[in-house]
Design a protein around this ligand. Structure first.
Ligand code: RUB
Length: 313
């Protein structure tokens, strides 16, 4: 079960930063319940091992280590036996999953306030947090339309247009490279995030930074929807967020590729949009300018530059 979830996250059958975090927490909870050892030290060692396996699945989505650290914090307490440790862990896992779902809903409510009647939006990739804002605006009766990109190479845009269509939102499906062509028709770009750095830089699906650049040129606002557990605490220590580079076969079939000895495929899954290109980050704790990212890391996640404690939760 645990290995199965880890594999699904790697293969992107489970994808999107929020879903990855919840699936990992659910897998850890199931794993904990399945462990038969009566020895507390053995149990804790097996749980640490399990957490390690999940952590390695996708390097960029900081929601994953944040979520795992948050539930594993249950083991900072002392327990008389395995059963007590398991039930405390289960409580933490359930609380995380509920909070994560509520955060998306709250982001939708807050984000929708920044979408006006008759706005044309553009979204990239498939973000449940970004879609929550768009769907809530529609639910409130605002007349909106959306440009949705294809999202090469994995076509996450196909998921997005299904959701938008189901909600009855007029949608134009465009190839990624058409974003600048249409940008003058767009009032607001709405995207999600895999990670937000302490300096307000946003890591999201490859191509987001080009869209933000085109938006800046056209004076179109950019709104990022991101739960607070997507903020990357370790960036306060100067650490960079690793950008995942995926298999070349996602971009070009090995049959073609193997005939081109001088060609190599580069396939970064994410890119970094500097804070200057982002107008607003909508979190469940409120909408902030990107420059206030440190406040979220300090006050919501509990990491302070002065007293680095190595954990939160
Ligand atoms: C997904 C992606 C999404 C963020 C936010 O990339 O870039 O915009 O993860 O999504 P991939 P959400 O498809 O490679 O996982 O708001 O759903 O957490």
């Amino acid at each position: 079960m645990l290995a199965d979830t880890a594999e699904k996250i790697k293969r992107m059958e489970i994808r999107g930063a929020g879903r990855i975090a919840r699936a990992a927490v659910q897998a850890l909870d199931d794993h904990s319940a399945s462990l038969g050892t009566p020895d507390l030290q053995d149990y804790l060692a097996l749980m640490n091992e399990a957490a390690g396996l999940l952590l390695e699945t996708r390097p960029t989505a900081v929601s994953l280590p944040n979520a795992i650290r948050s539930v594993m914090a249950a083991f900072r307490e002392q327990y008389p036996g395995v059963e007590q440790a398991k039930s405390a862990f289960r409580e933490r896992c359930r609380a995380f999953i509920t909070a994560s779902e509520q955060a998306v809903q709250r982001i939708g409510e807050i984000g929708a306030r920044h979408i006006r009647n008759n706005d044309t939006l553009l979204t990239h990739c498939n973000s449940e947090a970004a879609l929550a804002c768009i769907l809530e605006a529609k639910r409130q009766g605002k007349e909106i339309s959306v440009f949705a990109t294809e999202v090469r190479p994995r076509n996450q845009g196909h998921l997005t247009i299904r959701t938008l269509d189901k909600a009855g939102i007029p949608t134009s499906f465009i190839v990624d490279s058409a974003a600048r062509y249409f940008m003058n028709e767009v009032d607001l770009v709405v995207v999600g995030a895999d990670a937000v750095s302490v300096n307000g830089a946003v890591v999201n699906k490859i191509g987001t930074s080009q869209i933000a650049l085109a938006a800046r040129e056209a004076r179109t606002r950019v709104m990022v929807a991101a739960e607070t557990y997507k903020f990357a605490p370790r960036t306060i220590l100067g650490e960079y967020i690793e950008i995942e580079e995926r298999d070349p076969g996602e971009v070009l079939s090995p049959a073609i590729f193997s005939q081109l000895p001088h060609v190599r495929v580069r396939n970064p899954a994410f890119d970094v949009t500097p804070a200057d290109y982002v107008d607003l980050i909508v979190t469940e704790a409120g909408a902030i300018p990107p420059q206030m990212a440190y406040i979220i890391i300090r006050d919501v996640l509990g990491w302070d530059i002065g007293e680095y404690s190595g954990g939160f939760g």
